[in-house]
Structures are given as C-alpha cells and as structure tokens.
Design a protein around this ligand. Sequence first.
Ligand SMILES: NC(=O)c1ccc[n+]([C@@H]2O[C@H](COP(=O)([O-])OP(=O)(O)OC[C@H]3O[C@@H](n4cnc5c(N)ncnc54)[C@H](O)[C@@H]3O)[C@@H](O)[C@H]2O)c1
Ligand SMILES: CC(=O)N[C@@H]1[C@@H](OP(=O)(O)OP(=O)(O)OC[C@H]2O[C@@H](n3ccc(=O)[nH]c3=O)[C@H](O)[C@@H]2O)O[C@H](CO)[C@@H](O)[C@@H]1O
Length: 438
Amino acid sequence: MYIGLKRTLTGLKIFNGESMNYKICVVGLGYVGLPLAMNFAKHFKVVGFDINEERIKELNNGFDRNYEFTKDDFEKIKNNIEFTTDEKKIKECDIVIVTVPTPITKDKKPDLRFLESASKIVGRNLKKGAIVVYESTTYPGCTEEFCLPILEKESGMKLGDFYIGYSPERINPGDKNHTINQITKIVAGCNEKVTKILCKIYGKITKVYPVSSIKVAESAKVIENIQRDINIALFNELAMLFDKLGIDSKEVFDAAATKWNFIRFYPGFVGGHCIPVDPYYLVAKALEVDYIPELITAGRRVNETIPKYVASKIVKLLIKYDKSIKNANICILGATYKENVPDLRSSKVKDLIEELKDYGIKNIVVVEPLINQERIFGVNNIKELKGKYDVIIYAVNHKDFENLDILSHLNNDGILIDIKRKFHKEEIENKGFIYWGL
Ligand SMILES: NC(=O)c1ccc[n+]([C@@H]2O[C@H](COP(=O)([O-])OP(=O)(O)OC[C@H]3O[C@@H](n4cnc5c(N)ncnc54)[C@H](O)[C@@H]3O)[C@@H](O)[C@H]2O)c1
Ligand SMILES: CC(=O)N[C@@H]1[C@@H](OP(=O)(O)OP(=O)(O)OC[C@H]2O[C@@H](n3ccc(=O)[nH]c3=O)[C@H](O)[C@@H]2O)O[C@H](CO)[C@@H](O)[C@@H]1O
C-alpha cells in the first residue's frame, strides 16, 4: 500500500536533512525489544517503554532478567535511554518500534491481543509525522489490515499524517554469532520515502535489505521459520521410520550429510515461541483465502507428536525389561526449549512430562540449571544431577551437562533416553545399560 509521494513529503518534515537526531521508542522490552533499544541508544535518544512495571524497575537498576546485558552495558548508554511505563513518553518520539509478543491461542490461531493493546497505546500517544514500525512476527497483511486501523482510530489521524513500516527480527537466542548487528534486517515502509528513512535508521545498527512492501517483509519472516519447522519435521519423521526399520537414523543422516547439498537438521523437541508458533500465522491467512496449506500443517503435526512418541517409547522399554511403570524413577536433563537458553516458553519437555504422567508415572524430576525455579512443569527442579534413576532422559544439550557422569546415576540395567543423540548406543550397552536414541 503506497500513499502519494506529495502527502509523504509534507508529512515527513521531521525526517528532512541528514541530522538524524530522531528520538526512537521501543514498545515491548523483551528478548527482541531490549537488544534493539540498547543498540539504538548508541546512536539515538531512546525511550524504552513496557507495561511491565517490574521489568522497567529492573532495567532502571541495570538488571536484565534475560541475561543478555550486564550492569556495565546499561552504564555505557544510560545518558541516551530512558526506561518507562509512562505511555505519554511515546509522544516525544519520531520512530516507534513495536516488539510485543505474537503467540497463538489454545486452538492454534493468531493471538493478536498484545499487538492490539500496543497499537492502542501507541495510537493515543502518536506524534504527527511519526513512523510506527512493527517487528513482531505475524502474517502478511497484519500490519496494514489489523494494526493500522487501530492506530488511525486511537490517534484520530490518517495514514499520511503518520507512517508505518515493518522490519522483522531474526535474533537467534543463544546464538552469539548472529547478534542484532550481524544479521541482515529486512525493512519495508508504507512508501519508498519511509523505506529509505527506515533503512537509514536501521542502517546505523545493522545491515539492511529493503523490500517493496510491508506484506513482502511480513511474508519473508514467517516463511523463514516455516521452512525450518518443515525441515526438522522431515528429520523427525525419518527418525521414527528408521526406528521402526531397526536402522540407526543418526548414522543414516550423518552419511547423507556427506553430500554437498544435503542440509542437515536434527530430530528433536521443536519448542520455543517462534518455530512452533509462527507457522500457524500463515496457516490462518491461507485459510482466509481458502487455501489449505497441507505441507505447513503436516510439518506442525509431525513435530507436535514427538513428545508423545518418546513417552510411548519409554513405557514400552519399561515393559520390555520388566520394570514397573508406575514406580519408575525418571530424571529429565534439561527443561528449556533449547540448549543454553534460559527460556521455557513452549518447551516440549512440558508435553513429555504430561505424557509420562498420563501413563501413571509420578516420580519425575528435571535438572535445569539455567532456570532458578524450584518447580518446572509440575515437577521438582533439582538443578544438579544427584540420586539414582530407572530412566534418565537427555532432553537438552546444555553446556553445563558436558562433564556429567550420567551413567553413575542410572540403576543397574537402567535406561538412557538420548533425545539429542549425544551418546553411542554400543558404549552404553557394553556397560550394561539400556539405550534408546531419537
Ligand atoms: N525472542 C526471539 O528470539 C525472537 C526472535 C525474532 C522474533 N521474535 C518476535 O518478536 C516479538 C517479541 O518477542 P519477544 O521474545 O521479545 O517477547 P518477550 O515476551 O520476551 O517480550 C515482550 C515484551 O513486551 C511487553 N509487552 C506486552 N504487551 C505490551 C504492550 N501492550 N505495551 C508494551 N509492552 C508490552 C512484555 O511486558 C514483554 O516485556 C514476537 O512477535 C516474536 O515472535 C522473537
Ligand atoms: C529460521 C530460524 O532459524 N529462526 C530462528 C528461530 O529461533 P529459535 O530459537 O526458535 O529456533 P531454533 O534454534 O531452530 O530452535 C527451535 C526449536 O527447534 C529445535 N530444533 C532445532 C533445529 C533442529 O535441527 N532440530 C530441532 O529439534 C530446537 O531444539 C528448538 O526447540 O526463531 C526466531 C524467532 O523468529 C528467529 O529469530 C531465529 O533466527
């Protein structure tokens, strides 16, 4: 959607000239918003706005609960950034960047409550001529069809009196190589001039890749995660098939990966608040236009079955080796959705625990050193491996687990369930234990 250049030029007075002394507001200071605010604060005056009072208090005390930034980091940019819950501060800003959550509902539909609430807050505090940029992952059309009408209604202005853009975030939690200033950022404005301005601003903190429309930018982001979800689903499906065939899937995958254009993924629990969530946003949009996205939904279905599949494997092994199901002592190593990231959101370990409990298994603990909680997903978090177990499940490949002597915590002929294929079957079996790898 492009508005006439003429209206653009008048409305964008604040962006004339090379001064670039814009004031930027980041709305939503989570895993995405805070790094963005901190990086922009090296070049611009920044208002970091969030509705979570606790979060703002911590940030003002130089503490980041996601452990991405140290007190030192806050010290370095303290003169350029203001953390606040006062929505009126948004009105001082020329660029307003929205980085609030876009989860899904229980029935796997887009949950736009956060986008709606943030758009209302921004709308009623919108400065004339400002640019509102959405970064939250969503479906193509969401910014212009869902968010823009809210901005217009709340502000009493029309597009052209203010502007919109979209620039998706690609930071990869736990990935120190692909940090915000190493990642190419797709940028789209509601017209060419706005796109140019956004490229200049984002260009201060990272490489930019302008596209012709907001819908292109929204689409590119969501398909990146869909492609990954489907690729992982293929490896999960093949792992279940080769298990049935009695063929070692890891050996097959390692052999296939010697081909130069074979792309290696790993069977596993597909968790987090992106990969298992984002596909449902495009599915919803596809169904709106009567297109049934069979492959996208099939990928989701396969990945969602893995916790149930692993739980059934464990129960079958307990039966096969004449062990009690109900009294089995089970220890799960790792609870977060992926290794070395303190984030439980949509972790499939939760689903695994629920499946095991459905079989009547009560004695389950997790060892999760990255999460400072006594209980996780309804079981005790013993934080470090101690005691003896009938079953140990290696669920998350934390660095902290590298030197664990896991076998010394297995009862005689105990069962090691290796979700991450970290161990060698023969080695474990030669020591008298039972081994199964996904
Ligand atoms: N976390 C990632 O690695 C990542 C990477 C790429 C894209 N994304 C996308 O970025 C978006 C944000 O994800 P996140 O992980 O940063 O979420 P998060 O839960 O870590 O942070 C969201 C923040 O927004 C705040 N918030 C919620 N409603 C608000 C409102 N109305 N006004 C102001 N603040 C509000 C919350 O208090 C929270 O601090 C999502 O769309 C996600 O899909 C996340
Ligand atoms: C396209 C892409 O890379 N996007 C990244 C992704 O970040 P993420 O942390 O959600 O993604 P992953 O690292 O893929 O983890 C997801 C789950 O899949 C499991 N997994 C992974 C690989 C595998 O071969 N087998 C597996 O089983 C893993 O354990 C974990 O549970 O989304 C963010 C938000 O959009 C992006 O910004 C970020 O760039």
